[in-house]
Design a protein around this ligand. Structure first.
Ligand SMILES: N[C@@H](CCC(=O)N[C@@H](CS(=O)(=O)O)C(=O)NCC(=O)O)C(=O)O
Length: 215
C-alpha cells in the first residue's frame, strides 16, 4: 500500500513530504482544506482527533504529529535514501536534541509570526502586535544560538544533513520568504549559509514545486 499524506499544501505536512522524498519513499497525497474546515469533519477527526495536519496512513498504520512521522520513516527506511539520523548513538543524540530545539524554541515564535503576520489578515482576525514583537525578539535570541552552533558545524547535529535541519524547512521558508523578517536569517552569516544549503536541496525544491503553500 502506498503511503498517504493528508494536507500537503500546508507547512507541517511539508515536513513529512520532504522527508519521504529524501528517503525515496513512494507516497500519494490527500488534500484537506483548512479554510473550509475540512479538518474538523468527523471523517478526518477519526484519523486525527485534534483536527490538525498532517496525518499519514502507511497501510493499516495511522500516525499524526509531523515530527513523530518523520522519525518513523527515517527509522523504518534507515538504509534507503538519505541517512537522516546519523551513524552513531552520539550523532543520533544530537539529531534528537536539535529536533527538540526546533519544536520548542524555533517553532513557537515563527508559528506566532506566521499566524499574526500572514494568516490573520486573510481571515480578518486581529493581528496581535505584542505577540509579533515578542516573537521577533525570541526568534532573534534563538537564531543567535544557531549562529554560534553553525559557526562550528555545517549542520545542526554535526557535519551531516539530518532530520534536525530538515525539520526547519517548512516554517523557515515562511520566515525567509514571506514574513518580511528574512533579515533575522540573513543578518547571521552562518545561519544564512546553512539556510541556503538546506533549502537548495533537490527534495525541498521538489516539495515547493509540487505543493504550493496556501499563503
Ligand atoms: N504539532 C503538529 C502541528 C500541526 C499544525 O499546527 N498544523 C496546522 C497547519 S500548519 O500550520 O502546519 O500549516 C493545522 O493543521 N492547523 C489547523 C488546526 O490545527 O486546526 C505537527 O507538527 O504535526
Amino acid at each position: 500500500m502506498v503511503v498517504k499524506v493528508y494536507g500537503p499544501t500546508y507547512a507541517s505536512p511539508k515536513r513529512v513530504v520532504v522527508c519521504l522524498i529524501e528517503k525515496e519513499i513512494e507516497f500519494e497525497t490527500v488534500d484537506v482544506d483548512l479554510f473550509k474546515g475540512e479538518n474538523k469533519e468527523s471523517e478526518f477527526l477519526k484519523l486525527q482527533p485534534f483536527g490538525s495536519l498532517p496525518v499519514i496512513q502507511d497501510g493499516d498504520y495511522t500516525l499524526y504529529e509531523s515530527r513523530a512521522i518523520i522519525r518513523y520513516f527515517a527509522e523504518k527506511y534507515k538504509d534507503q535514501g538519505t541517512d537522516l539520523l546519523g551513524k552513531t548513538i552520539e550523532e543520533r543524540g544530537l539529531v534528537e536534541q536539535w529536533l527538540e530545539v526546533e519544536a520548542h524554541n524555533f517553532h513557537p515564535p515563527i508559528y506566532n509570526l506566521v499566524i499574526n503576520v500572514l494568516f490573520s489578515p486573510l481571515t480578518g482576525a486581529p493581528s496581535d502586535q505584542k505577540v509579533i514583537e515578542e516573537s521577533d525578539q525570541k526568534l532573534g535570541k534563538v537564531l543567535d544560538v544557531y549562529e554560534e552552533r553553525l559557526s562550528k558545524t555545517k549542520y545542526l547535529a554535526g557535519d551531516f544533513f539530518s532530520l534536525a535541519d530538515l525539520s526547519h524547512l517548512p516554517f523557515g521558508h515562511y520566515l525567509v520568504n514571506q514574513t518580511g523578517r528574512g533579515n533575522l536569517v540573513r543578518e547571521r552569516k552562518h545561519v544564512s549559509a546553512w539556510w541556503d544549503d538546506i533549502s537548495d536541496r533537490p527534495a525541498w525544491k521538489k516539495v515547493l514545486q509540487l505543493y504550493k503553500y496556501p499563503v
